[in-house]
Design a binder for this molecule. Structure first.
Ligand code: PMP
Length: 403
């Protein structure tokens, strides 16, 4: 099958390992020897509930999730969590500080790209607290309007006792990513967070979840991710939630907090072992297959080193092409994402020429997001080093032929 399938560099939903897809075909017909397909079997069957438990163990072990945190599977995608984190974290804050007015209650947002901006829009729409922008990277960009980098630590300004502190680890559209080396100026500035321990730190990890370690995972209140980049089909959303953030939202509502829709309540989902209502069974199954495979390959450390090399190769080709005047990175050096490399091809119609040439060589889905244009090379876990070498060779050839 490998020879005939094109390489899918899409940004999500994105490539899945071929061996997993082949295995999933079998499971669609006969799940774990039951004779019933995975899309047909009850989510309360012992075979399926044990798979959910297994998936959780797989994530907990590979990511080293501490016992202070629960893992919850839900639906609604990253966008669903833009709402759910606000509602659950405001409920928590209401229980801690019942007497604050909505103006006094603050939610801190770090804006580094299109997804964090969307999260801000939803937070403002829901209300219940004032939104404070800890930093907006556009204000630090070259043209004062693009998301082209992670701001310097001195540009961040956090509130004193916010209900949540929100950031997006990897902005897929804009190709900007926090570094996971704490010594770099493009890492998340943990050292600037307010004193006093249990931070209400919320992170959208949708586009890099399971691709490398999560720095200071224990210091996060909520980490969430849609599955459709590195670990499975769309439809599954994974949450890692610190237990003090799993609160009685109805008790908070009695004190004036916004009532939380039942499927969004962390407590409802956690208490029901992620089976309060019917979960996205097929996505859960495929995510399980993907993580079983990851475990055999060496887990998160394996992917961290492979993904690091893949990104480095593509950024090197980009830089060499920039020196020849063929490409222009959309992102400042040091802020580029490992998962989504974004750039323009310079010249009239040059993006289209680049895309057509890639397509002819069996490399697809390289077109940049409609809002920013250009090229976007997504390098999620299922993209192999060999496939990365193919796009790198093409980038080099294209630059040589057009310079
Ligand atoms: N956050 C990030 C970082 C994303 O890349 C995306 C898009 N996949 C979303 C949130 C929105 O996710 P969804 O489409 O699953 O709602």
């Amino acid at each position: 099958m490998t020879d005939v399938r094109p390489v899918n560099f899409g940004a999500g939903p994105s490539a899945l390992p071929e061996s997993v897809l082949e295995e999933a075909c079998k499971g669609l017909l006969n799940f774990k020897g039951t004779g019933i397909g995975v899309a047909e079997i009850s989510h309360r069957s012992k075979e399926f509930t044990s798979l959910v438990a297994d998936l959780e163990i797989n994530i907990r072990t590979q990511l080293d999730v501490p016992p202070t945190h629960k893992i919850i599977f839900t639906q609604g995608g990253g966008t669903g969590q833009f709402s759910a984190v606000v509602l659950n974290m405001l409920a928590r804050h209401r229980l801690l500080h019942p007497d604050l007015s909505d103006e006094q209650r603050v939610m801190d947002y770090v804006i580094t790209g299109s997804w964090s901006k969307k999260a801000v829009v939803e937070a403002k729409r829901l209300g219940g607290a004032s939104v404070h922008i800890a930093v907006d990277s556009r204000e630090k960009s070259k043209d004062l309007k693009s998301y082209d980098g992670i701001p310097a630590h001195e540009d961040f300004d956090f509130a004193a006792d916010p209900a949540l502190i929100y950031y997006c680890e990897n902005e897929t559209v804009d190709g900007v990513q926090f570094s996971n080396d704490e010594n770099l100026p493009t890492s998340f500035p943990f050292h600037l967070l307010p004193a006093g321990g249990l931070w209400p730190l919320v992170a959208d990890y949708s586009s890099s979840f399971m691709s490398r370690r999560i720095p200071r995972i224990a210091d996060h209140a909520v980490i969430f991710a849609g599955a459709q980049k590195n670990i499975g089909p769309a439809g599954l959303t994974i949450l890692i939630v610190r237990q003090d953030c799993i609160v009685d939202v109805d008790a908070a509502a009695k004190l004036g907090a916004t009532p939380v829709p039942i499927t969004m309540s962390y407590k409802t989902n956690a208490d029901a072992g992620s089976l309060y209502n019917t979960p996205s069974t097929l996505s859960i199954y495929i995510a399980w297959l993907v993580l079983e495979r990851s475990k055999k390959l060496g887990g998160i450390e394996y992917f961290e080193s492979v993904n690091g090399r893949k990104a480095q190769k593509v950024y090197t080709a980009l830089k060499e092409g920039e020196a020849k005047g063929i490409y222009r990175s959309k992102v400042k050096e040091g802020s580029g994402s490992w998962m989504n490399v974004v750039f323009d091809v310079l010249g009239d119609n040059a993006d289209s020429k680049f895309l057509a040439g890639a397509e002819a060589l069996g490399m697809k889905a390289l077109k940049g997001h409609r809002s920013v244009g250009g090229i976007r090379v997504s390098l999620y876990n299922a993209i192999t080093e060999e496939q990365t070498d193919r796009i790198v060779a093409y980038m080099n050839d294209f630059a040589a032929q057009n310079s």
